[in-house]
Write a protein that binds this ligand. Structure first.
Ligand code: PPS
Length: 472
């Protein structure tokens, strides 16, 4: 049997003294940390204001109260699901997950018992006697005998909190009966409880400054290892022009900052696909100016629209676009300018199964003139963010607007939840894309749903060199 590439342990811990995440077994305070159990790959990241507002709004709609206290830091962990699902981590425990249901165009909260240690739900609550509570804590369903209170808004299928009369949350689960069904009922299964991992929670306030201080040793170590790697790969390849591939994303920004410390200024290469968000273009220029760097930009716009006419829109399983808009322009640029180059790239192993298996130094078969190297291959997104906060780096503001990955605005690898956000934030850009999709669709026998419902994102029968995860 093939083992999961994600069996690599996630270095994600919590310090109960400092009330912050620590990316190692020892906190800078000297205390030992405890591991936090998150779903692999565990590329945990901070919840920014927009993420916090979304979680609070959803929790309030379902359970009557917001979840995240203003003075607590919150983290997100993207987990595999039909579309988008995120674990929400507070106080060193996963307190709930939110998942997007594309067919219903809505989010749902899947709570865990630990959420009730942070906030007291007022909606979708069931109260049971202490005797029933001890039975339910053993993993049993909630049966009508023993139930003393049912919130009136409960419908069949709703997620609910099951509380004891003394106020302890004894289980979470899905209602099998509505409130109306329970009126006068003395029998029946009211809730099928969900087994969730019992986790320790440390519900105390803290700040990102506290987290940066707690991670000092870890960040210094990761930085010095990456510096060592950069110096080593450059010295082993003296004939190659060293450069940094900068995309306007957080990983390439970390890579750039570390490169500056390792060897000073190098030219940055930006392949402008013509499908970038305005904030990304602006970020590339801000970074170039702030660090006084030579920016070498190439456009991949023509390649994209020519490819679109010939192939139709790119799909998750047919990403011809990376080759056309990024690899080809960069290949030409390197061949024309230096012949061959070494590019430091913001690739990390926690980003995808393919990247988990990738070597740290490689050549893409489509760009043989470029030797690629990943100084931050072993970093998680949390390392990135703590480092960027510590260095007060000018990161792309799109991350604060709810995007966790920066790339082309209509990347087929984005989930529907993300595309809905982008459509709302950039209506004109999205309308242009839908028009192009509909035009190509009607010329090629596609139904209107193909364009409108995101069906274009998957093309099962595609063949050829699609360079799906471009390994830039
Ligand atoms: N357009 C463009 N121009 C210059 N450099 C780029 C570009 N796209 C990707 N990269 C480099 O590849 C790193 C990983 O990028 P991504 O995972 O976002 O994209 S890709 O799938 O590799 O195309 C990426 O780091 P981050 O984007 O910060 O993750 C860059 O170092």
């Amino acid at each position: 049997m093939k083992s999961s590439p994600f069996l690599v342990p996630v270095p994600f811990y919590w310090c109960d003294n400092c009330h912050v995440p620590v990316m190692g077994k020892l906190c800078a305070c000297g205390g030992k940390t405890r591991p936090v159990s998150v779903t692999p790959p565990g590329d945990v990241r901070p919840a920014f204001d927009r993420d916090r507002n979304l979680v609070n709004r959803l929790f309030e709609e379902q359970f009557g109260v917001p979840l995240i206290p203003d003075d607590h830091i919150a983290l997100l962990n993207k987990v595999p699901d039909e579309d988008r699902m995120e674990e929400i981590i507070l106080g060193g425990a996963v307190v709930c997950a939110i998942r997007f249901i594309p067919s219903e165009n809505r989010w749902e909260v899947l709570p865990r018992e630990s959420a009730a240690k942070l906030t007291q739900p007022t909606k979708r609550v069931i109260r049971v006697t202490e005797e029933a509570a001890s039975y339910i804590k053993d993993g049993n369903s909630v049966l009508m005998p023993g139930v003393v209170f049912v919130s009136p808004e409960i419908l069949v299928g709703d997620s609910v909190f099951v509380m004891s009369e003394s106020g302890e949350c004894v289980a979470v689960g899905r209602a099998k009966m509505s409130y109306a069904d329970t009126v006068g009922a003395t029998r029946g299964q009211l809730v099928r409880t969900r087994r969730t991992q019992k986790s320790v929670i440390d519900p105390a306030p803290s700040t990102w400054e506290d987290a940066i201080a707690a991670n000092k040793g870890v960040l210094d170590l990761y930085e010095s290892k990456s510096i060592e790697f950069i110096r080593d790969v450059i010295s082993k390849n003296p004939g190659l022009k060293p450069t940094v591939s900068y995309s306007g994303g957080k990983d390439s920004l970390v890579t750039l900052l570390i490169t500056l410390k390792a060897v000073g200024k190098l030219p940055i290469i930006f392949a402008n696909t013509g499908l970038e968000f305005p904030e990304t273009i602006e970020n590339v220029h801000i970074v170039q100016e702030k660090y006084g760097l030579e920016l070498i930009e190439r456009s991949g716009k023509e390649g994209f629209w020519d490819g679109f006419e010939a192939n139709g829109p790119p799909a998750v399983d047919f990403r011809w676009c990376c080759k056309a808009c990024k690899l080809e322009p960069v290949k030409r640029l390197i061949e024309e300018t230096w012949g061959e180059a070494l590019s430091l790239i913001g690739q990390r192993k926690y980003e995808s199964a393919k990247r988990m298996m990738s070597p740290r130094v490689w050549r893409n078969k489509n760009v043989m003139c470029q030797l690629s190297a990943a100084p931050i291959q072993h970093w998680t997104a949390m390392h990135d963010w703590l480092y960027l906060f510590r260095e007060q780096a000018p990161y792309n503001p799109l991350y604060e607007l709810g995007l966790d990955r920066i790339g082309c605005f209509m990347c087929p690898s984005s989930d529907i939840a993300c595309m809905k956000d982008i459509e709302a934030m950039y209506p004109e850009l999205w309308a242009m894309w839908e028009e192009k999709l509909s035009g190509w669709g009607s010329r090629n026998g596609k139904t209107p749903e193909w364009a409108a419902k995101g069906l274009w994102r998957v093309r099962e029968s595609a063949e050829g060199d699609t360079d799906n995860d471009s390994n830039f």
